[in-house]
Design a protein around this ligand. Structure first.
Ligand SMILES: Nc1ncnc2c1ncn2[C@@H]1O[C@H](COP(=O)(O)OP(=O)(O)OP(=O)(O)O)[C@@H](O)[C@H]1O
Ligand SMILES: [Mg+2]
Length: 286
């Protein structure tokens, strides 16, 4: 696959590229059978845009995210990230540099927050990897990022259990923003939330993208949300890419029978999805 002809690539600058990425897990047992969770995945993500990754459970979406975040090592292939000096293989990047550029928001807003820490400490923790900060400075930074996600002083000194599910996911987003990353990986960030709260978080993510120029990789099961939220979509099945392209094109007129099945399995959605404030989606190359 040529570099321009890959999921996510468009006319604009590519900020993250995945090439021939593979992940093989050894299954437990005497013979340690190999299991391919990701098979030769290629994708590119364009600055300021959203690439959605969809597919049934077990199709390799989170594995891809973990490889991009260097939380696991690839069996083959590579991930590269745009730095000032050009595209760099993340295998050669120290964690400090990588996590300045790219952060992740996980599915379960509660499990990903330390229950024994106050919110200001949680939100400002990533910054402490980069700067020596006093307690006052940490609280000021935390307040700034909490305000960016629609929270404020009322939550600053709270513990996670005192917040609602939606507020906790806002805290996760605030923490992800604290190192001023350019790319956010959102691994099913809505699926643990009530339907009414999902729309608020979608709105927040769209506002942040517009205001901060963020680039998103958005992993989701929910094709109705993907349609409103993403520019391009990559459909995965059993570790393979099934199809990809402009969201409207793929979801209105899927080329692959698997995508049609996924679309048919989406229950009728009644939540009020926000209208996109972004410009129209990128046209896929090829
Ligand atoms: N550490 C691991 N060891 C062995 N197998 C694993 C490991 N992590 C993931 N897998 C397997 O790899 C496959 C892909 O898993 P992955 O979590 O990436 O899927 P997913 O698309 O994110 O699914 P879901 O929609 O349920 O979150 C699954 O079959 C899973 O069981
Ligand atoms: Mg997953």
């Amino acid at each position: 696959m040529s570099l321009v002809n890959m999921p996510g690539a468009g006319a604009n600058e590519v900020v993250l590229r995945v090439e021939n990425l593979c992940k093989v897990f050894r299954l437990p047992g005497a013979h340690g059978q190999a299991f391919k969770a990701l098979n030769q995945l290629n994708l590119a993500v364009t600055r300021g845009r959203t690439l959605a990754v969809v597919g049934e459970s077990g199709s390799g979406k989170s594995t891809m995210a973990q490889l991009v975040m260097k939380l696991q090592r690839p069996s083959a292939g590579r991930v590269s990230l745009r730095l000032d000096s050009g595209m760099r293989d993340i295998a050669d990047l120290p964690a400090r540099e990588l996590y300045r550029k790219i952060q992740m928001v996980f599915q379960d807003p509660y499990a990903s927050l330390n229950p024994r820490q106050r919110i200001w400490r949680i939100v400002s923790a990533p910054l402490c990897n980069y700067e020596r900060l006093s307690r006052d400075e940490r609280q000021q930074h935390a307040l700034h990022y909490l305000q960016q996600v629609g929270l404020g002083e009322a939550q600053l000194h709270a513990f996670p259990h005192m917040l609602s599910g939606g507020q906790r996911q806002r805290v996760n987003i605030a923490r992800a923003l604290a190192t001023k990353p350019e790319i956010l990986i959102l691994d099913e960030p809505l699926s643990a939330l009530d339907v009414s709260v999902q729309a608020q978080i979608i709105n927040l993510l769209l506002d942040l993208q517009r205001d901060l120029g963020l680039t998103y990789i958005f992993i989701s099961h929910d094709l109705a949300v993907v349609r409103h939220f993403a520019d391009q979509v990559l459909v995965m099945k059993s570790g393979d890419m099934v199809e990809w392209g402009d969201v409207d094109q793929v979801l209105e007129n899927p080329a692959h029978v698997y995508t049609r099945q996924l679309l048919q399995s989406v229950p009728g959605r009644l939540i009020d999805l926000p209208v996109r404030t972004q410009s129209a989606s990128v046209v896929a190359d090829g």
